[in-house]
Design a protein. Structure first.
Length: 134
Protein backbone atom coordinates (compact mmCIF):
# COMPACT_ATOMS: atom_id res chain seq x y z
CA UNK A 1 0.00 0.00 0.00
CA UNK A 2 1.51 3.29 -1.07
CA UNK A 3 0.56 6.20 1.18
CA UNK A 4 3.69 8.25 0.46
CA UNK A 5 2.32 9.94 -2.64
CA UNK A 6 0.77 12.82 -0.70
CA UNK A 7 2.75 16.08 -0.98
CA UNK A 8 4.63 16.78 2.29
CA UNK A 9 2.75 20.06 2.85
CA UNK A 10 -0.55 18.13 2.89
CA UNK A 11 0.42 15.13 5.03
CA UNK A 12 -1.27 16.55 8.13
CA UNK A 13 -4.49 17.08 6.14
CA UNK A 14 -4.87 14.28 3.55
CA UNK A 15 -3.37 10.93 2.67
CA UNK A 16 -3.92 8.36 -0.06
CA UNK A 17 -4.37 4.61 0.13
CA UNK A 18 -3.77 3.49 -3.47
CA UNK A 19 -4.81 -0.12 -2.89
CA UNK A 20 -8.40 0.94 -2.13
CA UNK A 21 -8.30 4.28 -4.03
CA UNK A 22 -9.17 6.23 -0.89
CA UNK A 23 -8.45 9.88 -0.20
CA UNK A 24 -8.45 10.25 3.59
CA UNK A 25 -8.75 13.29 5.81
CA UNK A 26 -5.94 12.78 8.34
CA UNK A 27 -7.07 15.33 10.91
CA UNK A 28 -7.25 13.49 14.27
CA UNK A 29 -10.89 14.37 14.92
CA UNK A 30 -11.92 13.12 11.47
CA UNK A 31 -9.88 10.27 9.87
CA UNK A 32 -12.53 9.50 7.22
CA UNK A 33 -12.55 8.81 3.50
CA UNK A 34 -13.50 11.86 1.50
CA UNK A 35 -14.78 12.40 -2.02
CA UNK A 36 -12.14 14.08 -4.16
CA UNK A 37 -14.59 16.73 -5.29
CA UNK A 38 -15.65 17.40 -1.69
CA UNK A 39 -12.25 17.59 0.02
CA UNK A 40 -11.90 21.37 -0.39
CA UNK A 41 -15.32 22.07 1.12
CA UNK A 42 -14.65 19.53 3.88
CA UNK A 43 -11.37 21.24 4.81
CA UNK A 44 -13.06 24.65 4.76
CA UNK A 45 -16.22 23.89 6.69
CA UNK A 46 -15.09 21.21 9.15
CA UNK A 47 -11.44 22.10 9.78
CA UNK A 48 -11.24 25.79 8.78
CA UNK A 49 -8.02 25.22 6.84
CA UNK A 50 -6.28 28.13 5.13
CA UNK A 51 -7.19 28.84 1.49
CA UNK A 52 -3.69 27.91 0.26
CA UNK A 53 -3.93 24.44 1.84
CA UNK A 54 -7.47 23.94 0.49
CA UNK A 55 -6.35 24.94 -2.99
CA UNK A 56 -3.37 22.57 -2.89
CA UNK A 57 -5.58 19.72 -1.61
CA UNK A 58 -8.08 20.37 -4.41
CA UNK A 59 -5.33 20.31 -7.04
CA UNK A 60 -3.90 17.14 -5.52
CA UNK A 61 -7.33 15.49 -5.63
CA UNK A 62 -7.80 16.50 -9.27
CA UNK A 63 -4.41 14.99 -10.14
CA UNK A 64 -5.53 11.71 -8.52
CA UNK A 65 -8.71 11.63 -10.61
CA UNK A 66 -6.77 12.37 -13.80
CA UNK A 67 -4.50 9.46 -12.96
CA UNK A 68 -7.20 7.04 -11.85
CA UNK A 69 -10.97 7.64 -12.12
CA UNK A 70 -11.58 5.38 -9.09
CA UNK A 71 -10.91 8.32 -6.78
CA UNK A 72 -14.31 9.92 -7.38
CA UNK A 73 -16.21 7.94 -4.73
CA UNK A 74 -16.97 9.03 -1.21
CA UNK A 75 -16.80 7.02 2.00
CA UNK A 76 -20.07 5.20 1.19
CA UNK A 77 -18.53 3.73 -1.95
CA UNK A 78 -15.29 2.55 -0.42
CA UNK A 79 -14.71 -1.15 -0.99
CA UNK A 80 -14.34 -2.86 2.36
CA UNK A 81 -11.39 -5.23 2.82
CA UNK A 82 -12.10 -8.90 3.44
CA UNK A 83 -12.55 -9.74 7.12
CA UNK A 84 -9.42 -10.99 8.86
CA UNK A 85 -6.92 -8.87 6.93
CA UNK A 86 -4.57 -6.60 8.87
CA UNK A 87 -5.77 -3.02 9.37
CA UNK A 88 -5.22 -0.56 6.52
CA UNK A 89 -2.61 2.15 6.99
CA UNK A 90 -4.07 5.50 8.08
CA UNK A 91 -7.54 4.06 8.79
CA UNK A 92 -8.18 3.93 12.53
CA UNK A 93 -9.56 0.72 14.03
CA UNK A 94 -12.70 1.56 15.99
CA UNK A 95 -14.55 -0.69 18.41
CA UNK A 96 -18.10 -1.36 17.29
CA UNK A 97 -20.87 -3.86 16.71
CA UNK A 98 -21.41 -6.39 13.93
CA UNK A 99 -24.13 -8.76 12.82
CA UNK A 100 -23.24 -12.46 12.78
CA UNK A 101 -25.55 -13.21 9.85
CA UNK A 102 -25.10 -10.16 7.60
CA UNK A 103 -22.17 -7.89 6.67
CA UNK A 104 -23.47 -5.12 8.93
CA UNK A 105 -21.04 -3.04 11.00
CA UNK A 106 -21.69 0.06 13.10
CA UNK A 107 -20.34 1.91 16.11
CA UNK A 108 -23.83 2.68 17.41
CA UNK A 109 -25.61 0.36 19.83
CA UNK A 110 -28.91 2.00 18.82
CA UNK A 111 -28.33 1.32 15.12
CA UNK A 112 -27.36 -2.30 15.65
CA UNK A 113 -30.50 -2.84 17.77
CA UNK A 114 -32.66 -1.35 14.98
CA UNK A 115 -30.95 -3.66 12.50
CA UNK A 116 -31.60 -6.69 14.71
CA UNK A 117 -35.23 -5.75 15.29
CA UNK A 118 -35.90 -5.02 11.64
CA UNK A 119 -33.88 -7.65 9.76
CA UNK A 120 -33.94 -10.55 12.18
CA UNK A 121 -37.64 -10.15 12.96
CA UNK A 122 -38.26 -10.40 9.20
CA UNK A 123 -35.96 -13.44 9.03
CA UNK A 124 -37.88 -15.12 11.88
CA UNK A 125 -41.22 -14.40 10.19
CA UNK A 126 -40.00 -16.00 6.95
CA UNK A 127 -38.72 -19.07 8.80
CA UNK A 128 -41.98 -19.49 10.74
CA UNK A 129 -44.17 -19.18 7.65
CA UNK A 130 -41.97 -21.67 5.78
CA UNK A 131 -42.32 -24.20 8.64
CA UNK A 132 -46.14 -23.87 8.75
CA UNK A 133 -46.44 -24.69 5.06
CA UNK A 134 -49.74 -25.17 3.20
Amino acid sequence: VDVCETPPSLLYVVAVNLEYAILMCTKPQCMRAQAVKGIVEHLRSFHREKPAIRKEAGEFGCSLVRRDACFVHDYKGVEMPVDGLPPQPIVPVIEGFGCRLFRFLTISRCVVRKHANREHYRLCQCTLSAKKGP
